[in-house]
Design a protein around this ligand. Structure first.
Ligand SMILES: [Zn+2]
Length: 387
């Protein structure tokens, strides 16, 4: 099925609640670990419907942040998500409290239960309103950035396109592009400040209500960090400072010499060679054609997966006004279908982003085949390969 043809229907909190409560009652009345396992299978099924609907709504909103229908759906989910979470946490609590938990951990990977424990640390009904406000701010930011027009030499363009000019061979164009970005950001500083300030305040408030000293501690739980903490990351940051920064400084010095510059400026940061930076010399269809060939050469089943992605039209890569400005890979679990959004701007970054996001899509495909939907995976295992 093509992604654009996937039927969308809002799943309401009320409908979900009615289904979930029956499952929670089954967990409480369970007579064996097998009963818990079958209740969990049932729950995962209804949860998949909600995830798919919310993910389709979010995806279609990011493809056109001016779409009225999906704007309204985003408003719905921004408000509904914490209410879905409330029900979900009731389910998780029932699973964790079950006297059959230890036996069930022989049938269900114990990390699933660890993931449930983590999730309970990030929620309490007291923060529902704050979570709704947080979601609304995040959506507002996506919409604002997707629709913001940057002016460069009399022409208006989205940020993702203007960023491509930071790699231009001409230093003058790079400088003008960097300044054009700065000017538009500055002209809208009040909005950015308001959103940022709002997020800091609301997240701090959520963290404190949940009993943490600040958002950092809560942030680790939200990201599903089960194996390391703030202190270990501080040590890692220190190593970046002592080992990586000097190496980068040395490389930058070599680049400065190669480019024959007195001093490397912020608008030189994206370039490293004299003459044109390496960039795709082929158009978008040819990029996909070559990617398909590469993945087939790598491993036939990866090539077949790329072909399935293309058949489903599961890529949207051209930058345009009113489109979310980043890159992401999402999934529509009900259809076992990943989807990739990117914003090509003619730089080598186009190849990086599509390759990077395709890695997520392939991982998602393996998850659909071999893993379980509630198995907790951390962002670091998803992102460690980036550049
Ligand atoms: Zn990524």
């Amino acid at each position: 099925m093509k992604v654009s043809e996937m039927p969308y229907q809002r799943i309401t909190v009320e409908k979900f609640k009615e289904q979930a409560e029956k499952i929670i009652a089954k967990i409480r009345a369970a007579k064996s670990a097998e009963d818990l396992k079958s209740a969990r299978d049932e729950y995962n099924k209804i949860s998949e419907d909600v995830d798919t609907a919310a993910s389709l709504a979010n995806c279609r909103f990011t493809l056109n942040t001016r779409d009225e229908f999906y704007n309204a759906e985003m408003d719905y989910y921004d408000n509904a998500m914490p209410l879905f979470s409330e029900i979900e946490n009731e389910y998780k609590k029932a699973m964790l409290d079950s006297p059959y938990r230890a036996d069930a951990e022989k049938l269900i990977n114990p990390r699933v239960f660890k993931g449930f424990e983590m999730s309970l640390k990030t929620f309490s009904p007291e923060v529902i309103e704050d979570l709704q406000a947080e979601n609304a701010l995040v959506t507002r930011y996506s919409k604002f950035m997707g629709e913001l027009a940057f002016e460069f030499e009399g022409e208006k363009m989205p940020l993702s396109v203007l960023r491509g000019k930071l790699e231009d061979d001409s230093r003058d164009i790079r400088k003008k592009a960097a300044e054009a970005i700065g000017k538009t950001m500055e002209a809208n500083a009040e909005t950015f400040d308001e959103i940022f300030d709002g997020l800091v305040k609301i997240r701090t408030q959520i963290a404190r209500k949940l009993g943490y000293k600040n958002f950092v501690e809560l942030g680790y739980y939200r990201m599903g960090r089960v194996d390391y903490d703030e202190k270990m990351v501080a040590a890692f940051r220190k190593s970046v400072e002592t080992d990586i920064v000097p190496a980068v400084a040395e490389l930058k010095e070599r680049i400065r010499n190669r480019l024959n510059l007195d001093k490397i400026m912020y608008y030189d940061d994206a370039i490293s060679v004299t003459g044109e930076m390496p960039r795709p010399v082929i158009d978008t269809p040819a990029i996909f054609e070559n990617a398909l060939k590469m993945y087939h050469d790598m491993k036939p089943e990866i090539g077949d997966f790329m072909q399935r992605m293309l058949d489903a039209e599961a890529f949207d890569v051209e930058a345009r006004d009113g489109k979310f400005g980043g890159g992401y890979c999402t999934t529509f679990a009900k259809y076992k279908q990943p989807f990739i959004l990117a914003n090509f701007n003619g730089t080598s970054g186009d190849i990086d982003v599509i390759t990077h996001e395709f890695g997520h899509a392939l991982a998602a495909d393996y998850m659909f085949k071999f893993a379980e939907p509630d198995y907790p995976t951390g962002m670091e295992t998803h992102e460690y390969d980036y550049q």
